[in-house]
Ligand binder design. Structure first.
Ligand SMILES: NC(=O)c1ccc[n+]([C@@H]2O[C@H](COP(=O)([O-])OP(=O)(O)OC[C@H]3O[C@@H](n4cnc5c(N)ncnc54)[C@H](O)[C@@H]3O)[C@@H](O)[C@H]2O)c1
Ligand SMILES: O=C(O)C(=O)C[C@]1(C(=O)O)C=C[C@@H](O)C=C1
Length: 364
C-alpha cells in the first residue's frame, strides 16, 4: 500500500521535506504548484514524484498534507481543504513559522475524520524557492509539533513516524508558547539584522567605505537580513503582538547600552559581554547537521598553499575522521583561522592532541 504525501508550496521548506520523503519505499510525493512553470521544475529537479496545478488532485486521496506556503496563505489553504472530501484519517500539517493563529483557525473548522497538527521545523535559510531545497536541511534540527487537545494519539504518532525521514528531533509544544519563544529567538533577530543593515546602508549612501570595510562581524550578524521579504512580512504581521512586546524589551536593552556609554561604564560593558558569553557558550551545539557540525576545533594557521592538505593528511594517517574544513577570514600575510569539524567527540579530542604536538595553537 502506498502512502500519498501532498506538498502545497514546494519551496525551500516544502521542497526539502519532499526530498526527505521521495524515493522511500511506500511513499509517493505529489507537489502542488500555483504556477505552471513551477510544476515542471519540481519534477525536472527530481524533488517530487509528480506535480499538479490542481488543488483537488493534489489533496484527494492524500494520507498526509503538508502546507508549506507563506504564513499569510495558510488559513486560505486550510479553508479550501476543509471543503474537499479528503481521505478518512488524513493528517494535515503545516510548516509555518508561527503556530497560534493556524491552530485557532483549525480548531474553528469542521474537519470530519481529518486531523490537523501544526508543525514548524526549526531549520531554514535566508535562501528561498525549490532551488534552495535540501534533504539535509532538517538533520539534527528541532521540529516543533503542536497537536491540539483531542487529536488522537495515533495521528500524532503517525506524523512523528513519517518525520523520522527528516532526521529532526520532534518537540511537542503549545502554539502560543511556541510563538513567544520563537518570536525571541528567530523573529526578533531577523528584525535586528534588517534594521542594522538598513542603518549602515544609510551611512553608506554618503560614504561607500562602510560597505567596503564591512567584514566578519557585520556579515555574521546580518546573513538573515537577506531572507525572503514576503515570507517575513507574513511571519511578523502574524506574530505582531508578541513582536511588539519583544521590541519594547529590545529598546530597554539598547537603552541600557546607551547608559553604559554615557557613563563611560567600562565595568558594565565588560559585565554585559561576560553575561552574553556565558549564556551563549551554554547553548546546545547540536544543531543542523548540514550547517553546524557537531564538534569543532579552531587552529591558527599561516595562510599558505598546501596547509589544508597537510593537516588533512596528518589526521587521516592517524585514522581521525574529519568531516569538514574551513578557513575563516584568511588574508595574505595574516594568520588565518582554520575550522576543523568532526562528527565524533573522540576524533576531535585526538585531533587536538595531535595538532598541539605539531605546535599548532588549538581552540576548542
Ligand atoms: N525560510 C525559513 O527559514 C523557514 C523555516 C521554517 C519554516 N518556514 C516556513 O515555511 C513556509 C514556506 O517558507 P519557505 O522559506 O519555504 O518559502 P519559499 O518562498 O521558499 O516557498 C514558498 C512556497 O509557497 C508557494 N506559494 C503558494 N502560494 C503563494 C503565494 N501566494 N505567495 C508566495 N508563495 C506562494 C511558492 O510557490 C513556494 O513554493 C512559511 O510558512 C515559513 O514561515 C520557513
Ligand atoms: O537559518 C536561517 O537562515 C533561519 O532564518 C532559520 C530560522 C531561524 O530563524 O532560525 C528562520 C525561520 C524559521 O521559521 C526557522 C528557522
Amino acid at each position: 500500500m502506498t502512502t500519498k504525501i501532498a506538498i502545497f508550496g514546494v519551496g525551500l521548506i516544502g521542497g526539502s521535506l519532499a526530498l526527505c520523503f521521495k524515493g522511500r519505499e511506500g511513499l509517493n510525493v505529489v507537489g502542488h504548484a500555483h504556477r505552471p512553470e513551477s510544476a515542471a521544475k519540481y519534477v525536472s529537479r527530481g524533488v517530487v514524484d509528480s506535480a499538479t496545478l490542481s488543488f483537488e488532485e493534489a489533496a484527494l486521496g492524500a494520507d498526509f498534507i503538508f502546507l508549506c506556503v507563506p504564513v499569510g496563505m495558510l488559513e486560505e489553504y486550510l479553508n479550501r481543504l476543509s471543503k474537499l472530501p479528503l481521505k478518512k484519517g488524513c493528517i494535515i500539517t503545516d510548516v509555518g513559522s508561527t503556530k497560534a493563529s493556524i491552530a485557532a483557525c483549525a480548531a474553528s473548522m469542521d474537519l470530519p475524520d481529518v486531523h490537523f497538527i501544526g508543525g514548524h521545523p526549526m531549520a531554514g535559510s535566508e535562501r528561498s524557492g525549490v532551488e534552495a531545497a535540501s534533504s539535509l536541511l532538517f538533520e539534527n534540527a528541532f521540529y516543533v509539533l503542536t497537536p491540539p487537545p483531542g487529536v488522537p494519539e495515533e495521528a500524532y504518532e503517525s506524523l512523528k513516524a513519517l518525520l523520522v525521514h527528516t532526521r529532526a528531533q520532534i518537540v511537542r509544544l503549545d502554539p502560543q508558547r511556541h510563538d513567544e519563544i520563537v518570536g525571541a529567538i528567530s523573529h526578533l533577530p531577523h528584525i535586528i539584522a534588517v534594521a542594522l543593515v538598513n542603518q549602515v546602508h544609510e551611512y553608506d549612501c554618503t560614504d561607500s567605505l562602510y560597505s567596503t570595510l564591512a567584514a566578519g562581524g557585520f556579515r555574521d550578524i546580518t546573513r538573515i537580513a537577506s531572507s525572503e521579504p514576503v515570507i517575513w512580512r507574513d511571519i511578523l504581521l502574524n506574530n505582531r503582538m508578541v513582536m511588539l512586546k519583544l521590541l519594547k524589551d529590545w529598546n530597554a536593552e539598547v537603552s541600557s547600552f546607551v547608559e553604559l556609554l554615557e557613563n563611560a561604564d567600562g565595568e558594565g560593558i565588560e559585565e554585559a559581554f561576560k553575561e552574553a558569553n556565558g549564556f551563549r557558550s551554554k547553548l546546545p551545539e547540536r544543531r543542523k547537521g548540514m550547517i553546524t557540525p557537531l564538534f569543532d576545533l579552531h587552529i591558527d594557521v599561516p595562510d599558505h598553499p598546501g596547509i589544508i592538505g597537510r593537516i588533512a593528511t596528518e589526521l587521516g594517517d592517524q585514522g581521525i575522521n574529519l568531516s569538514n574544513v574551513q578557513i575563516i577570514e584568511s588574508r595574505e600575510d595574516v594568520p588565518g583561522i582554520m575550522r576543523l569539524s568532526f562528527r565524533q567527540e573522540g576524533d576531535m579530542e585526538r585531533a587536538k592532541v595531535l595538532l598541539q604536538r605539531h605546535d599548532y595553537t588549538v581552540y576548542v
